[in-house]
Design a protein around this ligand. Structure first.
Ligand code: FES
Length: 253
């Protein structure tokens, strides 16, 4: 059952004293999932960024290394992975998820703050979350490179083909686009700061864009998780090919 789906009968309060009236799932399940999933992904991302060589097996390039920049012995992901990582860290949805799950700060809506003095995101280090819009700009550029990589993933020495990696890379960039272009900051850029949506050609165009972004934005959390898993899965697959552990199934014309 979806976390937000209403239940027919009331659910007993758990030991935390914070009860979600819209779910039959135990209250600890979602925070535990967030802590485990984000911790695993964070550890994996740090391992790739600081210790791994370029994740490239012709014609597949890892999303951690796109665009590929190789300078001496410096791991290539260092030059590019900072943008999507900062983008996720400062994402409005992830902020809610990790503030609640890692810090209980606060544990849920409509419960008291655990700290007496609440300064929100006006003080170090959370004040840096206000740079989310700039991380969005950098990530849009990177998503452009990933689309280019997705096209190249169907090019097998000048012949069109489809490999399992091609499908994985295409699915990954679709999910990443759904996540990136459903961003709250982008939604504000598209339709915010306008008094009238129908008063000019430009305003009407922005309204259409805003409606499109809103469709993606409604399920922003789902896009966030799906794209997080697809990034990890794509990178793991390419590194297993690189290590010779897997063989890529291919259909080349
Ligand atoms: Fe989540 Fe911008 S709010 S990516």
């Amino acid at each position: 059952m979806a976390i937000s789906e209403p239940v027919a009968r009331p659910v007993a309060a758990d030991s935390t004293g914070v009860k979600n009236p819209y779910s039959v799932l135990p209250n600890w399940l979602y925070p535990a999932f967030v802590v485990v999933a984000l911790s695993l992904f964070g550890a994996y991302a740090l391992w790739v960024v600081f210790f791994q060589p370029l994740g490239y097996v012709k014609p597949y390039l890892s999303p951690f290394d796109s665009p590929p920049i190789t300078l001496g012995r410096i791991p290539p992901a260092i030059w590019v992975a900072w943008a999507p990582l900062v983008f996720r860290l400062s994402c409005y949805y992830y902020r809610k998820a990790y503030f609640r799950s890692f810090f209980g700060h606060p544990r849920s809506c409509a419960v008291p703050e655990p700290k007496r003095r609440y300064r929100g995101e006006t003080a170090f280090p959370w004040v840096f979350n206000n740079f989310h819009r700039f991380a969005f700009y950098a990530t849009v550029v990177q998503v452009g490179f990933l689309w280019f990589d997705a096209i190249l993933a169907f090019d097998f020495g000048g012949r069109f083909g489809i490999g399992f990696g091609s499908v994985l890379i295409l699915a990954n960039v679709l999910l990443l686009s759904g996540y990136t272009f459903g961003c709250h900051a982008f939604r504000h850029l598209a339709g915010g700061d306008l008094d009238c949506f129908s008063c000019s050609l430009a305003a009407r165009a922005r309204h259409r864009l805003w409606r499109g972004v809103t469709i993606l934005n409604i399920k922003h959390d789902r896009w966030a998780w799906a794209s997080l898993f697809s990034v990890a899965a794509t990178d793991i697959y390419i590194r297993l090919l690189l290590a010779g552990v897997l063989h890529d199934p291919r259909w080349v014309s």
